[in-house]
Each structure stands twice: as structure tokens, then as C-alpha cells.
Design a protein around this ligand. Structure first.
Ligand code: NI
Length: 181
């Protein structure tokens, strides 16, 4: 198990545009995915991008492996299937926008309301080079947009339309046992 240190907002790597992956099914790529998995699981993240552990490649993982497991950070969220997404391409479907709460392992202890596109068609590859192709909406679409933003150096606070909607998790949600992520 290799839980890696998650970089926090302010690190230049989080603002960089990540490079595409050019070789699939390699030991180094499998190790990266394993490290991302271990780190996401340890920190109860809904997703994580490679840039968050200092690897500037277009690789994200998100979702939950077991549908019965409730993510303590997003207890009310729809279950998103565990997905490895490499070199993603996003295409918005329709123009509906939905506001929703987000947090980020790189912005610990904070939450903000972020407008995201409601529907999304995304494509990319898994670590073996198999094509991923999905039409999604709601929380699933939100997670993908959040994670893929990381690949272009965008953190969710940059997307908040009203900074009054940005603050500390335990202030916004005093009665919920949200850990300081
Ligand atoms: Ni994030």
C-alpha cells in the first residue's frame, strides 16, 4: 500500500497542465493507479487526479468499488462506479447547469458551491488502453468535471461564482461528522 502525500492548493504542480499518457499497460502506469487508489481510499476522496500526488499526467480515478460502501464525505451522493480515466475528453450535453457542494483533497477542510454542467459525455481510456465511453449526469458528471479540471490546473474554488458560498466544512455543516479532509 502506498498512500502518497496529497499536494495542497498553492503548489505549482496543481496549476500545471498535465501531459497525455502515451503508453498503456506499463508497470509504471499500474503503480501510479495503485498509489492513486490507496491515497483516495485512505482519504475518503470521491476522486483524485495524478497531479494531486505530484505526477503531471492526464490520469484521474474516481468512484467507489463497492456499491454498498457509503463515502463519509458525500453520504447523500449517488454512487459513482469506480473508474480509471486516462487522457479524458469531455463533451457537454445540453446547457443545463446545476449548483452543488464540492470539496477537494488539495483544499482540506473547505467546501464550496460550484456550478457544473448537468450532463456530460466523456471518453478516455483505462490503464490497459481499453476505451471508456459514458453519458452521465448529476453527481457523476460533477465528479468527472472536478477531476478533469485538475488536469488543466483548475481547482474548484476558481469555479465558485459567489465566494460567500466558500468556507470551512465544520462551519457550513456543524452537525455532520465531516472529517478534515
Ligand atoms: Ni479535487
Amino acid at each position: 500500500m502506498a498512500v502518497r502525500t496529497v499536494l495542497r492548493m498553492g503548489e505549482p504542480c496543481l496549476l500545471a497542465k498535465a501531459e497525455p499518457v502515451t503508453a498503456f499497460d506499463t508497470p509504471i502506469l499500474h503503480q501510479l493507479i495503485k498509489d492513486l487508489e490507496d491515497t483516495m481510499q485512505e482519504m475518503n476522496g470521491a476522486g483524485i487526479a495524478a497531479s494531486q500526488i505530484g505526477v503531471s499526467l492526464r490520469v484521474v480515478i474516481f468512484g467507489q468499488k463497492e456499491s454498498t460502501t457509503i463515502n463519509p464525505r458525500y453520504p447523500d451522493a449517488d454512487v459513482v462506479p469506480y473508474t480509471v480515466l486516462i487522457n479524458p475528453v469531455l463533451a457537454f450535453v445540453g446547457d443545463e447547469i446545476e449548483n452543488g457542494w464540492e470539496g477537494c483533497l488539495s483544499v482540506p477542510g473547505m467546501r464550496g458551491i460550484v456550478p457544473r454542467r448537468l450532463r456530460l459525455h466523456y471518453t478516455g481510456f483505462d490503464q490497459y488502453g481499453n476505451k471508456v465511453d459514458r453519458l452521465v449526469s448529476g453527481f457523476h458528471a460533477r465528479v468527472v468535471q472536478h477531476e478533469c479540471d485538475h488536469l488543466d490546473g483548475v481547482l474548484y474554488p476558481m469555479r465558485i461564482s459567489n465566494l460567500k458560498d466558500f468556507g470551512y466544512s465544520d462551519v457550513f455543516f456543524p452537525n455532520q461528522d465531516i472529517q478534515d479532509d
